[in-house]
Design a protein around this ligand. Structure first.
Ligand code: ACO
Length: 429
């Protein structure tokens, strides 16, 4: 990070020089840390649309150009050539692993997939119709009650073990949340399988039949995990950082991230995109639907993004996976896929969408793909949480290891009552 000529702010007759920081990529950042001390004024930025809350070396997004890089590597290359576990190593450690580095990492993740036997009792405490995200929020938070030996956030080794435990146990917890909801017995992890094979088996194997992994579905699952692994300082990641800034343990912080992800503006959009495609039903009904979008009756779900004002690079890969999965297990003439492709074509050529820079995001095709793979819509956000765990924990680790780290404590613009004196109840009204 280099510095350049300072920015100057004039406030109430006083000029203050503010340092300007330059990152490797992306816009310059004006350092306002001394602003309050020098001007007695705060800045106002609800939703943090203009505020960098931290310095990070993990993920870079250029929303105008449709670029997403993890540790410098484009998401398309990782989705094409890497695996989810290798991407996990990259996010956590900053470099792609050598074979000698990858082997013990993979081994450690594989051997931390089991849950404490007592942990399974949690699941039966939930109602059968509980949303799996409710189970995830509770169960992941409860991990801190089971793994006391990895709660010391100041111990490098313990931080590493808790990171591995979270990445390893998330598929086991997610699969149990699903199995519980359909009333089937839990399936234990099997170490000879890959991360994604293992997860699909824990979700879809039943004791009455031999489970044979489908390589196309395994590849699609792995890719979906890569595509959702990290996305810099989004709402859930910022939640994890904020929770962690107080020194809370990593399991509690990730549970906070899961709670934030659950919201429909964040992790819940792919479910809505699929529902929208079902509602449209056939390509003939698209013009009528588009007219409704233009009349602002509803939004085109799976389109638009706060950061991407260009094609979401993850959507390109997702579309390809949708194609492959539908060819393998679904109907390649699936009407929903036909509606999605036609809708995309029409929207990309329509002035309303062009003017507003509305392009498909990752959620546009992920719902169709996950549904064809056999997942119910309630599991979509759970899969997102599973994949994003590595991003959350990498960002949490980066924050803990930053010597300048402080507890997060935003300021406010207070618009409530001024100071006044208490009036007893008999004298009010
Ligand atoms: N359909 C129709 N119009 C839209 C859409 C959409 N999906 N998204 C934005 N617009 C319009 C807005 O109405 C606005 O129009 P106006 O200028 O005429 O008022 C304009 O485009 C700009 O929109 P903003 O709301 O300012 O964009 P913002 O960056 O705040 O919103 C968001 C981004 C929330 C993702 C939005 O595009 C949206 O709601 N999309 C649908 C939901 C969705 O797919 N979310 C998934 C995001 S990806 C993820 O979380 C993994």
């Amino acid at each position: 990070m280099s510095q350049t000529t300072p920015a100057q702010i004039n406030f109430e007759g006083k000029a203050v020089d503010l340092p300007v920081m330059k990152g490797t990529l992306g816009p310059d950042v004006i350092d306002i840390r001394k602003l309050y001390a020098e001007t007695d004024a705060f800045t106002y930025d609800p939703g943090f649309t203009s505020t960098a809350s931290c310095e990070s070396k993990i993920t870079f997004i250029d929303g105008d150009k449709g670029v997403l890089l993890h540790r410098g590597y484009p998401i398309g290359q990782l989705a094409e050539k890497s695996s989810f576990l290798e991407t996990c190593y990259l996010l956590l450690h900053g470099e792609l692993p050598t074979a000698a580095e990858f082997e013990p990492f993979e081994n450690s993740i594989t051997r931390h997939t089991m849950l404490h036997e007592q942990f399974d009792k949690f699941f039966s405490g939930f109602r059968r119709d509980a949303h799996p995200m409710a189970i995830m929020t509770g169960a992941v938070g409860a991990l801190s009650a089971f793994y006391h030996d990895s709660l010391d956030i100041h111990d490098l080794k313990q931080r590493e073990i808790s990171a591995h435990r979270l990445i390893a146990k998330m598929p086991t917890i997610a699969a149990r949340a699903y199995k519980y909801s359909v009333g089937q017995p839990f399936v234990h992890p099997l170490n000879k399988l890959s991360y994604s094979e293992n997860f699909l088996r824990m979700c879809f194997a039943v004791p009455a039949e031999e489970y044979v992994p489908n390589p196309i579905l395994t590849k699609a699952m792995d890719r979906i995990f890569i595509l959702h692994a990290d996305h810099e300082q989004n709402a859930s990641t910022s939640t994890v950082r904020l929770a962690g800034s107080s020194g809370a343990n990593p399991f509690a912080c990730i549970a906070a991230g899961i709670a934030c992800l659950w919201g429909p503006s964040h992790g819940g959009a792919n479910e809505e995109a699929l529902n929208m495609l079902k509602e449209i039903g056939t390509p003939e009904r698209i013009p009528e639907f588009i007219a409704g979008v233009k009349a602002r009756k509803y939004k085109l779900m799976g389109f638009g993004h706060r950061v991407y004002k260009n094609y979401d690079p993850r959507a390109t890969v997702m579309k390809q996976s949708a194609d492959e999965v539908l060819e393998a297990v679904g109907d390649k003439n699936d009407p929903l896929f036909q509606v999605a492709k036609e809708l995309e074509k029409i929207a990309l050529n329509d002035e309303f969408f062009i003017e507003r820079k509305l392009y498909p995001n990752v959620d546009f095709y992920s719902g169709i793909t996950l549904s064809a793979m056999g997942f119910p819509t309630t599991m979509f956000t759970v899969l997102f949480a599973l994949a994003r765990t590595v991003g959350w924990i990498a960002q949490w680790k980066e924050m803990i290891e930053d010597p300048g780290q402080k507890i997060g404590r935003p300021r406010q613009l207070y618009t409530g009552a001024g100071q006044r004196d208490y009036v007893s109840i008999s004298q009010r009204g």
